[in-house]
Design a protein. Structure first.
Lengths: 372, 341
């Protein structure tokens, strides 16, 4: 018999399968080029393969943010800062260390960049722990405020860091990632790498939700007082999720640095942080799938609006943000749980159709497993 | 409440020690770089000028937060709209004597920006609240509004800076006074005068009028206020109208001291927010004071170290320190909504 939990696991595995299939098909189209078609031809030139990689990278950030917002009920308005730490640590250590012959024999090997990615994640996680530990004991929007401040501080350091961060111009000449002699470049190869990592992160996210911490956090969401009476260490769970989300952002930042080969302060400021929160919110806060959906939706809207606005008004620039802002407001008013929740509703409806109903699988039946 | 750093007296001792170290550092830097009291006086004057506007924005944050619990990230955009509309109206070619034209432009601007605030509340916040929206959702709505307003402003006015004339001589370059060898523009005096008038008017409103008292009641306890026949939805509307109007006034007077641009709202929004945090998000007068302190700290800090690029850092370091050590605010804040574990 398929119980409630069983169904959700089944749906997640199904979803994962479909998702991976889509990613593989897109990747194959670009790699094989059937009938000379490339990915951008399918979308009328509006969405490029490059965009798909960006979607993958930001999905990693937004999965973390989604866990934080949906399950811990906290907003981080400085997530782009952690993303930036990852990018800058990777950029600095992968360019400066070989150039100045620091750690000879280590800093010029192929595995050095991979080691740096891990180091960056640890640094970012430690940083998040230090700020999150005291502040998550407070209620309400205090984490949002503190992370906002932290985000701006980090951005300023990136921008004004002089010789270390390269100021406005940033750091260029970041090497590509490779394993032995196999380099993850040209762009199709990097696509596989980014999406493999993104899918791994999605799976981690799904597991976190079903873990002890995830259950504890869900209990916090329904009633923090009740949860803490039952022995759920609310503050500690929130800190763990906060640190995890920061580490995911850092990982994505490193991947961004090796993709772009150039890191400048632009994508790590306050506005990008806000955009990340918007992606998480539009996709659906209490859903890991919402992350991929939210990022994709935002990129599609942005790219399509940019192309269309250009045709309509004959001007470029930030104008597409009008549509962007209005869509955000409308989604928040009419579908405050995000697009993925709407999708889940549709799935529910499908499941309740007679065809899919199994004998004895009634709605009123108590859940099989009530594991705590 | 028990902070994460031991008890109260230990905390107080640490705070005093930190202050002493900070002052010593500032004095040492000043001595090393030969800055006299005159330099400090100049930084303070400049700091108070910008700080007044942070204070007005912070006041807007407090007014909205205390009644609705919403942190309105669009607060800085009201400042931008104030400056931009005023510049646009003044630039119109109408047969009026310039001083009268400026007065008309100011009145029109305040009315329009207040209307923007009212429409924003009615079209987005109010329906979302009626549907029982989570506070996170409401905050994201204000962010969406910020994005929209900025993009529309870019479309309307382009990315070029506009000009609001200095109030004293209606020129682009202001009258400058030089008392004791310091530089003081006439517009600074206008700014301080305006802040004083706004505060007096708000004081009168909150303390002496029935509506103001109803508003305060709603901020203290919305449920009890509702039982007494006060309509919380109307008070929410009023809070947005007030915040928009105050922001617009700030934008107009400060607009003459700077070159307003479509993207100026962000900085004022963030700094005003820090000012509001300094007052624990609940004390309007404290927010204004917080803004002034912030403005001065910023200017002295940047001046004494010579690191002008890091100027914005000061505000946010203050923000983080306050949240870590004294989340109820440093200026007459309250314990409300702070404590948890």
């Amino acid at each position: 018999m398929v119980g409630e939990e069983g169904w959700s696991r089944y749906a997640n595995i199904m979803g994962l399968g479909v998702f991976i299939a889509i990613i593989v098909v897109f990747g194959l189209i670009e790699t094989i080029e059937p009938f000379g078609l490339r990915f951008r031809d399918l979308t009328g030139g509006m969405i490029t393969f490059d965009t798909l990689i960006r979607i993958g990278i930001l999905t990693i950030v937004v999965v973390g943010l989604n866990l934080l917002m949906g399950y811990a009920g906290q907003i981080s308005l400085g997530q782009a800062g952690y993303y930036g730490i990852g990018a800058y640590v990777s950029a600095i250590l992968c360019t400066m260390a070989p150039r100045h012959h620091l750690l000879p024999g280590i800093s010029d090997t192929w595995w050095w960049p991979w080691l740096v990615i891990v180091v960056a994640m640890l640094v970012t996680g430690g940083f998040a722990y230090l700020i999150g530990k005291p502040i998550l004991r407070l209620r309400g929007m205090y984490l949002a405020m503190a992370t906002l401040g932290l985000g701006v501080v980090m951005y300023t350091v990136f921008r004004e860091g002089g010789g270390l961060t390269g100021g406005h111009d940033g750091i260029s000449g970041i090497p590509r990632l490779s394993i032995g002699n196999f380099t993850f470049w040209p762009i199709e190869r990097y696509y596989w790498l980014v999406w493999a990592v993104a899918i791994a992160v999605i799976i981690i996210g799904l597991n976190v939700i079903n873990s002890r911490v995830g259950r504890g956090l869900r209990a916090i969401e329904s009633s923090e007082v009740a949860a803490s009476t039952m022995g759920v260490d609310t503050a500690n769970y929130k800190v763990q999720i906060f640190v995890l989300s920061a580490m995911m952002a850092s990982l994505a930042g490193s991947l961004y640095a090796h993709f772009q080969a150039l890191v400048a302060p632009g994508p790590f400021g306050f506005v990008p942080s806000v955009e990340l929160v918007c992606m998480a919110a539009v996709g659906g806060m209490a859903s890991v799938w919402g992350a991929a959906l939210g990022v994709t939706f935002f990129f599609l809207v942005k790219e399509v609006l940019r192309a269309r606005m250009h045709q309509l008004l004959g001007v470029g620039g930030e104008y597409e943000l009008i549509g962007y802002g209005i869509i955000l407001i409308l989604v928040m008013i009419f579908m405050p749980q995000g697009l993925s929740f709407g999708g889940a509703k549709a799935l529910e409806w499908l499941r309740n159709l007679k065809v899919f109903r199994r004998a004895g699988d009634k709605e009123t039946e108590p859940r099989a497993e009530q594991a705590v | 409440m028990q902070g994460f750093l031991g008890n109260r007296s230990v905390k107080r001792g640490l705070t005093v020690a930190a202050m002493v170290v900070l002052v010593a550092l500032v004095l040492f830097l000043a001595y090393q770089k030969n800055f006299g009291p005159k330099a400090f006086a100049q930084w303070t004057i400049d700091g108070i000028r910008g700080g007044s506007i942070y204070g007005l924005v912070g006041l807007g944050f407090v007014v909205i937060f205390s009644v609705t619990g919403v942190i309105n990230f669009a607060q800085g955009e009201f400042v931008m709209l104030g400056a931009m509309f005023c510049a646009t109206f003044y630039a119109l070619d109408v047969p009026l004597p310039p001083p009268l034209k400026l007065v008309v432009a100011i009145i029109l601007t305040v009315i329009i920006v207040t209307l923007v605030g009212v429409i924003f509340e009615r079209a987005t916040i109010s329906p979302a609240r009626a549907r029982g929206a989570h506070i996170v959702t409401l905050i994201i709505i204000t962010i969406g509004f910020t994005i929209t307003v900025r993009a529309i402003a870019l479309l309307l006015w382009g990315s070029r800076a506009k000009i609001v004339p200095a109030f004293t001589n209606l020129q682009q370059t202001d009258v400058i006074f030089r008392p004791l060898g310091l530089t003081l523009s006439a517009q600074s005096l206008w700014i301080w005068g305006t802040v004083a008038v706004v505060l007096a008017a708000l004081y009168y409103f909150f303390e002496r009028t029935m509506m103001g008292k109803a508003f305060r009641a709603c901020a203290i306890n919305p449920r009890a206020a509702e039982l007494m026949g006060i309509n919380p939805s109307r008070m929410s509307l009023l809070s947005f109208a007030l915040a928009a109007a105050v922001g617009a006034v700030g934008g107009i007077v400060f607009g003459a001291a700077t070159r307003p641009q479509y993207d100026m709202g962000l900085v004022f929004g963030l700094k005003g927010f820090v000012a509001a945090i300094m007052a624990g998000m609940v004390n309007p007068l404290g927010a204004v004071l917080g803004g002034l302190i912030l403005g001065v700290a910023e200017n002295v800090g940047a001046g004494v170290t010579g690191l002008y690029g890091y100027r914005d850092l000061i505000a946010f370091v203050i923000l983080i320190l306050i949240l870590l050590f004294r989340p109820q605010g440093i200026i007459g804040g309250g314990e409300r909504g702070v404590e948890q574990t």
